[in-house]
Design a binder for this molecule. Structure first.
Ligand SMILES: N[C@@H](CCC(=O)N[C@@H](CS)C(=O)NCC(=O)O)C(=O)O
Length: 250
């Protein structure tokens, strides 16, 4: 496990401050957005970073290579197997192209000017490619697994080194899930949960998903997985990976 987190940490460091902090969108979509996604795809990462930055939830439909569950839907809807592919049931917009999707999200829901870093989008693409390198064997190829009846929910922010291995496994197993956005808005949220506990600090988060976790589970620690199929909820990436393997691996 230590090795898994070490290379995930390298990916996080390579993305600097991207995909960590949130400034919530002016308008939240009435119906949840849908993203056809490959976890370690550098282009898909950019869209997920923007979702964290705007504090938007999304349904993730994993489309790893050799995957058979959701990839055909993208070819049917858009005409080609290319990822990311966004479906917005509110506006009926469906689109390819990561940087176009980011611009669409900022315009439609952020209702604010596209930040400078996204206007230099090609640089972001390059940086995201570098961040994919340390995890090159993970979160890309399908592996056999059972499909849960109801969607799992993952509380995560894009650049969390601990949430990444969980998203990778969900992708490989083609398990669709609701990605609950949990970026940081407060300085105190940078203090890791065990130290927060020791110092008796409870950051009063601006974000609804963080408040839900605090109120229902008594703490905020990322990742947190809730599986409505078994009514189990759990923190700790290692426990979540074991749970997914034991519950859904073929
Ligand atoms: N310019 C596109 C590039 C997207 C792209 O090339 N995605 C790769 C995955 S990293 C893809 O769809 N490959 C086809 C496949 O996985 O089957 C964008 O920015 O969205």
């Amino acid at each position: 496990m230590a090795g898994k987190i070490a290379t995930s940490m390298v990916s996080t460091l390579l993305r600097g401050v991207n995909g960590i902090q949130s400034t919530p969108a002016a308008v939240k979509p009435r119906l949840i957005l849908q993203l056809y996604d490959i976890e370690n795809c550098p282009y898909c990462r950019l869209v997920r970073e923007a979702l964290t930055e705007l504090d938007l939830d999304v349904e993730i439909y994993p489309c790893p290579k050799q995957g058979e569950r959701f990839r055909p839907e993208v070819t049917e809807r858009g005409g080609k197997a290319q990822f990311p592919y966004l479906v917005d049931p509110n506006t009926k917009v469906e689109m390819y192209e990561s940087l176009d999707i980011v611009a669409y999200l900022f315009e439609t829901y952020g209702q604010r000017e596209l930040p400078l870093k996204w206007r230099a989008g090609k640089l972001q693409t390059l940086g995201s490619m570098l961040a994919s390198a340390p995890r090159v064997k993970r979160g890309t190829q399908a592996r056999a697994g059972a499909q849960p009846e109801y969607m799992l929910e993952l509380y995560s922010f894009e650049s969390s080194p601990y949430a990444r291995p969980v998203r990778e496994l969900l992708c490989e197993m083609e398990i669709p899930y609701i990605l609950r956005s949990c970026g940081r808005t407060r300085l105190l949220e940078w203090i890791l949960p065990p130290l927060r506990k020791r110092l008796n600090i409870t950051p009063n988060s601006e974000l609804e998903n963080r408040r839900v976790l605090q109120d229902t589970e008594g703490k905020v620690s990322i990742p947190y997985l809730y599986d409505p199929n078994t009514e189990q909820g759990m923190f700790e990436s290692e426990d979540i990976l074991d749970y997914l393997g034991a519950t859904y691996a073929a």
